[in-house]
Design a protein around this ligand. Structure first.
Ligand SMILES: Cc1ncc(COP(=O)(O)O)c(C=O)c1O
Length: 385
């Protein structure tokens, strides 16, 4: 099988990820931070080291590892951010490339009269004009939530421009880094990002069920789950100190050990090499697709690869995306993802609703010798041969 669905989750992972998880399960899978015996202290220390590493990776100006909070993924992180930072009556500005992990909590909280929100548009290439965000800001706007790169078109947004306009208005900027962490330079200090929500199982190469938040110095969310922390257990009140305020219950230690191995593998590669190789594959793939009559690389044009991560969406004439996906799988053993990719509003902007697109997304273990087969398969499907 040729796996081209790394925007859903990266696969395969570096072998060191499975090895680290197996080693942890066999030798030290005790509850981290809940007991004072050596093994528990050692397990907690590994997780704390990952907090430090991720704070550094995201350029968090708050030099405090306890401001890296672990969750089950970007969805939980974004729910926690929106629910934990907004008080009743607050307003949020999101934008049309947003994933349902942003749109659905916003919708649900509005339904409960907890907040209101507005959506800035994107253009036909998935780009959001920061001025459109600025126009939607009201006196009660508390947060702007920006998707760093679309999981449909791969389009990167101008984070620094949005960061500046948020800072001028004393609004918090939340960046959804699900598609960029691990491959795109993220610098919260430089770009004035207050919260970076990340997933561990895509570009950071960890297992599913990992992710979290990196909180800059201005963001103080309230918790949205409450429970055991292993500290101050005599008090009914959830401890205010981070990470306890936001992390109740036993952490996914085995997943985090795997995530640490993924992050370590990335750090061992030549700086920028993984991102460059993925981007080159995506550009060459898109260029080849543009030569196939009837195929459109939605939201991408020749030469704009630098403005994208390694995600390419296709429309294949009038063949429904879902059918293309089935043929790719059954006849060609190619794994791609079809449909709306949990991001309905960008498809409206692209004119690809309701059927969506066929999405190819490349990871560190895709190779350029896979491209001819991908092009051959798409050509045959479009021709109906
Ligand atoms: C842009 C974007 N945000 C959020 C998510 C949710 O991530 P997770 O699977 O970690 O909950 C995804 C996953 O597809 C995504 O692409």
């Amino acid at each position: 099988m040729i796996y081209c669905d790394n925007a859903a989750t990266s696969f395969p992972k570096p072998p060191s990820v499975a090895r680290a998880m197996a080693d942890h399960l066999e030798n030290e899978a005790v509850n981290p931070g809940r007991s004072s015996f050596d093994l528990a202290i050692q397990a907690a220390a590994r997780i704390d080291a990952l907090r430090v590493e991720l704070g550094r990776l995201f350029g968090n100006p708050a030099d405090d590892p306890n401001r890296t909070i672990f969750t089950s993924g970007a969805t939980a992180a974004l729910n926690l951010t929106v629910g934990g930072l907004c008080a009743p009556g607050d307003h949020v500005v999101a934008e049309a490339t947003a994933h349902n992990s942003v749109l659905r909590p916003l919708h649900e909280l509005r339904r409960r009269d907890r907040l209101d929100f507005a959506i800035a548009p994107c253009d036909g290439s998935g780009r959001v004009d920061p001025q459109d965000i600025a126009r939607l800001i009201t006196p009660t706007t508390r947060l702007v939530v920006l998707n760093h790169a679309s999981n449909v078109t791969g389009t990167l947004q101008d984070v620094a421009a949005v960061g500046r306009l948020c800072r001028e208005r004393e609004i918090l900027l939340v960046l959804d880094c699900a598609q960029t962490a691990g491959t795109v330079d993220i610098d919260m200090a430089r770009d004035l990002v207050d919260v970076a929500a990340f997933t561990g199982h895509k570009g950071l190469l960890g297992p599913t069920g990992t992710g979290g938040l990196v909180l800059g110095p201005r963001a103080e969310p309230e918790g949205t789950v409450w429970g055991g922390t292993g500290v101050r257990s005599e008090e009914l009140e959830q401890p205010r100190a981070l990470p306890y305020r936001l992390e109740a219950g036993t952490l996914n230690a085995v997943g985090l050990v795997g995530l640490a191995a993924g992050v370590a593998w990335l750090a061992e590669q030549e700086p920028g090499a993984v991102a460059a190789s993925e981007r080159e594959l995506a550009e060459n793939f898109a260029a080849g697709c543009r030569e196939i009559p009837g195929v459109r690389t939605t939201g991408r044009t020749a030469g704009d690869g630098e403005e994208h991560v390694a995600v390419v969406s296709l429309e294949c004439g009038d063949i429904p995306a879902e059918k293309v996906g089935v043929l790719l799988d059954v006849q060609w053993e190619i794994a791609a993802r079809t449909g709306l990719h949990c991001a309905p509003l960008i498809h409206t902007a692209l004119g690809t609703s309701p059927g969506g697109t066929v999405r190819f997304s490349f990871g560190p273990f895709n190779t350029k010798d896979q491209l001819p087969r991908l092009h051959q398969a798409i050509t045959a499907i479009v021709r109906g041969s």
